[in-house]
Design a protein around this ligand. Sequence first.
Ligand code: SF4
Length: 194
Amino acid sequence: MARLELLSQQVLAVMTEVGQEYSKYQQASGLLCRKGCGECCRHPGIEATVLEMLPLAFQLIDEQRADQVLIDLAEREDERCYFYQSHSDDGKQGQCSVYQQRPGICRFFGAAGTTGRSGETLLSTCRTIKTDHPHAYAETLIAMESSPPPLIRHGQEQIRQLDPELSNSALPINQALTAALEKALFEQQYLIAI
Ligand code: SF4
């Protein structure tokens, strides 16, 4: 198996394992996402690294969708994630159409930790979750010292270690996928040629 394809499998394994830690924290704290909510996926500012997008790139190649997705992405002006499927007129209800291969950053959303200016751990969660679960939110804040949330940057670092060069910058999610697809396709074409 060629280098990037093998790397993509390693990335998927690490993202899946690390993602479970965030999911467990979210479940245990009771800060659950509203059913069918797609608010965070439709945010135009989501960024990912090329490395995180490799599993999805190879999945699209396997499904023979890579060329069409590249054309669509090149023509697309909307910066929101190409793979978000809206189920409501206002776009707020929807789902991820590539859930198994979604990048690491999408696995760390929900309820996780960030680091404040003085080095303190802050709880990162969305307005909808706070509104839906005010008591769980208050209790989670009280329990922060004894039971801190997993830090988003720790998850990102575990993925980054697999290939720092392909993780050296975060790009808008559609751009990161374009770059990952181009690299994956180049590797596949090179293998066919030799
Ligand atoms: S890849 Fe899936 S989970 Fe991530 S932003 Fe796009 S639609 Fe949402």
